[in-house]
Design a protein around this ligand. Structure first.
Ligand code: FES
Ligand code: FE2
Length: 385
């Protein structure tokens, strides 16, 4: 646990550095994770978007084709090993059940294994068949979202990367998926950032009924698998010597919350904000260089009329003024941030704790063998066959 007055953090094994003079090399694993952390399940799209016509999605820098065959979603690396045409190209077709055919020369891949089962334009005895395969990805569907495991080796159960309350039989989940410019780590740090909400969002619609504190003294705790910001003391109004009182006014209709929502973060980049009666979640799924998918979910546990009421509340209010206007203010910041270098201040102990968590807890990438070096396997048959 980091203390409330701990503006110094571990820097290697030898000592501490001033909080304001850190650079990202303090967290080499985190610094290297520009494309995200491998060996996790990532949410990639809504189940309803995946049908018999393939779509292309991205997760941590890998381009993936999704297609539904006989009710099961299959995921293949979206690049034909022959000459690199996307398998999901609009001209591509299904020529045989259980397969998908590249539109350029007719290489045909088994959807389940990724193996090349026919090179149509080389005849039925084409010697390359069975010697090339396109990479496939483990896929799962949970509460209307498609999850893809991007990593090496055997995946853990998808449940290990989804907050357990969302998997409850009476869970009600609504949400919004958008593509946002900006490094996914800026998105994650913004989500868990202690200092910004009470300033940046002060005039947002979501906060119109609520008085926001000026500042909060916090410490970090591990709670239930989440690195959690815990409030120690909330300051609602403050005198700044030589400057005056801030904020200068209080809107009379605004009510003080007690401590605000509880905010937690976990790997590979999931935020949970616990409100009264429901939770907000967000994932930052790295796409290409410098942008990410921002997946926002609102979840509660309810049945019948209460479940209907929650959906109504989401679609009429939360979606527009929280998942929309409020978090779009964050998107503007994430887009323009330019760090490092950076000079951190006391509330950034939350960000530091997140970076340290990544450093210590991110799953180690399995050692890659030569046959899995690239997204496709194996490579030996290419060329002479
Ligand atoms: S590029 Fe796909 S078959 Fe040639
Ligand atoms: Fe925010």
């Amino acid at each position: 646990m980091l203390g409330t007055d701990a503006p110094r953090v571990r820097a290697g094994a030898t000592g501490t550095r001033s909080l304001g003079r850190l650079d990202w090399s303090t967290w080499p694993k985190y610094e290297a994770a520009a494309a995200g952390f491998r060996d996790y399940w990532y949410p990639v799209t809504w189940s309803r978007k995946v049908g018999r016509k393939p779509i292309q999605v991205m997760a941590i820098g890998e381009t993936i084709m999704l297609i539904r065959e006989a009710g099961v979603v299959r995921a293949l690396h979206d690049r034909c090993p022959h000459r690199g045409v996307p398998l999901s190209h609009q001209l591509a077709t299904q020529e045989f059940p259980g397969t998908w055919t590249c539109c350029y020369h007719g290489w045909t891949f088994d959807l389940e294994s990724g193996t090349l089962v026919a090179a149509i334009t080389d005849g039925p005895d084409s010697p390359i068949c069975g010697k090339v395969a396109v990479r496939t990805y483990p896929v799962a569907e949970r509460f209307g979202i498609v999850w893809v495991y991007v990593g090496d080796g055997d995946p853990p159960p998808v449940e290990s990367d989804i907050p357990s309350e969302l998997l409850a039989p009476d869970a009600v989940v609504c949400g919004r998926i958008t593509r946002r410019p900006g490094d996914w780590r800026f998105g994650a740090e913004n989500g868990f950032d202690e200092g910004h909400a009470k300033f940046l969002h002060r005039k947002s619609l979501w906060a119109w009924r609520t008085e926001l504190p000026v500042w909060i003294q916090i410490h970090m705790e591990q709670r239930d698998g989440w690195l959690t910001r815990v409030s120690d003391k909330v300051h609602w109004t403050q005198e700044y010597p030589g400057l005056g009182t801030w904020p200068p006014y209080k809107a009379p209709w605004r009510r003080r919350g007690k401590r605000g929502p509880t905010v937690g973060i976990r790997l590979p980049g999931i935020l949970r904000v616990a409100y009264r009666g429901w939770d907000h979640y967000e994932w930052w799924v790295p796409q290409g260089a410098g942008d990410h998918h921002y997946i926002q979910l609102a979840g509660t546990r309810a049945r019948g009329l209460r479940a209907l009421w929650f959906r109504l509340y989401y679609w009429t209010i939360v979606r527009w003024i929280f998942h929309g206007q409020f978090n779009d203010q964050d998107a503007l910041m994430v887009d323009v941030m330019d760090a490092p270098p950076e000079r951190l201040y006391r509330p950034d102990k939350a960000i530091i704790a997140w970076r340290e968590l990544c450093e210590t807890d991110a799953r180690e990438p399995a050692t890659r063998s030569a046959s899995t070096e690239g997204p496709d396997r194996p490579t030996a048959a290419q060329g002479a066959a």
